[in-house]
Ligand binder design. Sequence first.
Ligand SMILES: [Zn+2]
Length: 312
Amino acid sequence: MIRIGIDLGGTHIKIGAVNEDGRLVKWLQAETGAGRPFPVIIGDIAAGIRQLLGELGLTESDIASIGAGVPGYADDRTGRAINCTNLGWLDEPFRNEMQCYFDCPVHVENDANAAALAENSVGVSKGCGISVLITLGTGLGSGIVLHGKPLTGFHGAAGEVGHMTLVPDGLLCNCGRAGCVERYCSATALVTHARQACLTWPDNGILRLAGGDPKAITGKMVIDAAKAGDEIAMRIFMTFAHYLAVTIDNVINFIDPEMVVLGGGISRAGTFLLDAVKSYIPPCEMGQKRPMPRIELAALGNEAGMIGAAML
Ligand SMILES: [Zn+2]
């Protein structure tokens, strides 16, 4: 038997077949075509699952379950995708629609929660009683796993670290509020900060990597320039690391996890990122040494979303 895991993004749909050991056996990817009607996208996913089964020489009866991680709020109790802004989905009956095609259990969960579950089940935080995954990509996603299950909260909206307030009255966020963590701790934040710096200090290593075009700057360029010792890039990177450390410190104080896992594109900075973040996290509180979780890099990369969705 296999489990199907769907990682549904605003740009791509990834559909994977995961075996009993939590290993991704085979997967395929299609364009999401966000903005199309909900039933049409579900129809595409169903077709993708059938194609995957065909490639594996399997039939529908070999599917133990189907799970999906969606980019937004979801409620697995009702099987509904509550709000996925990137897809234009509002309270859509994900499970019901999927069961028009497949007669097996169907689960739906926030994508970061699914990825956190994958790391907790077969990745770096395997076996941890409480772990938190923070993904540093275009935005900041996060998921909490408590005793082997995603901590979803009452409304399916728990663990939204990216929209905790880090700077009161700070930078405006896509969510409509100001000063959210995501505006300071994401690839987008690195790029925004770098472009601003280029206005004042145009002679810097980031802009050279970008071929002189501020619009071409990426988060990776900021990190590469910082690693190469560029002073401006290093200042931007350390500010980013400081904000991220404060965020992680708040998470630690709030739920005392066994491990905090950093994933997403920016986590490819590796120990350069880990060392910078750790240097800003104070080991003591009120004069006392406190228990500290391990802070580690994610192990599963882009596969985490599919594997975690399959494990739902
Ligand atoms: Zn926000």
